[in-house]
Design a protein around this ligand. Structure first.
Ligand code: SF4
Length: 202
């Protein structure tokens, strides 16, 4: 029998993780991870949404669907999502809502620290050529805490990896209400298209 790829073993370990539930940060750990070992692209977002949690499918719900549509605009197929586009997040479980609100809670620093080793190991094993940072938390964690308008619409090359920052598309964010910001998003999608074309040529 063929040995399982080390990434598949890691994904099984991740799916069995209950660190944040054990620490009392979340009521139910249901970690999400999806993607192939040779995926040239990786998305790193904030955390799974309630819809993603309930359907056990990463990047579902309004924000996830919008992100998928941006990838389609950049020439990807929906089948690429979770295969050649590796799906990851700063924390891998739904963090719950802000009390009294329909907005998802930002994972605490403690939760981020508990989950970070999983993400670091995924990045190390997959070694994606392009990482799309989806939203302020992922952008601040991996790239810069500068305002989004200074980052979206550009690519950043670090240690052989191309980073493409995109704004979060949840209804809770008003950033995309500004036409100038939507123009930056269009440039960001253009960066993603160029990166895909470059990689597809190889
Ligand atoms: S968020 Fe990360 S560290 Fe916390 S339980 Fe889920 S997988 Fe484990």
């Amino acid at each position: 029998m063929q040995d399982k790829h080390p990434l598949r073993v890691l994904q099984e370990e991740i799916r069995a993780c209950t660190r944040c539930e054990d620490a009392g940060y979340i009521p139910e750990a249901r970690p999400l991870t999806a993607g192939d070992p040779a995926a040239p692209f990786m998305v790193i977002g904030q955390a799974p949404s309630r819809t993603a949690h309930e359907t056990a499918t990463f990047y579902r719900g309004p924000a996830g669907e919008r992100l998928r549509s941006w990838f389609v605009e950049a020439g990807f197929t929906l089948e690429d999502f979770g295969t050649r586009v590796y799906l990851a997040a700063v924390t891998k479980c739904f963090p719950g809502r802000v009390p009294g609100s329909s907005t998802d809670r930002l994972p605490s620093r403690a939760e981020q620290a508990l989950c970070r080793p999983w993400l670091d190991r995924e990045v190390e094993m997959v070694r994606p050529a392009v990482i799309v940072l989806f939203g302020g938390l992922a952008i601040g964690t991996f790239l810069s805490r500068a305002p989004l308008k200074e980052l979206v619409g550009k690519t950043f090359d670090r240690d052989g990896t191309t980073y493409i920052p995109l704004p979060h598309s949840s209804g809770a964010s008003t950033w995309l209400n500004d036409p100038a910001h939507r123009a930056l998003l269009a440039e960001g999608i253009g960066c993603l298209r160029e990166a895909r074309e470059r990689i597809d040529r190889v």
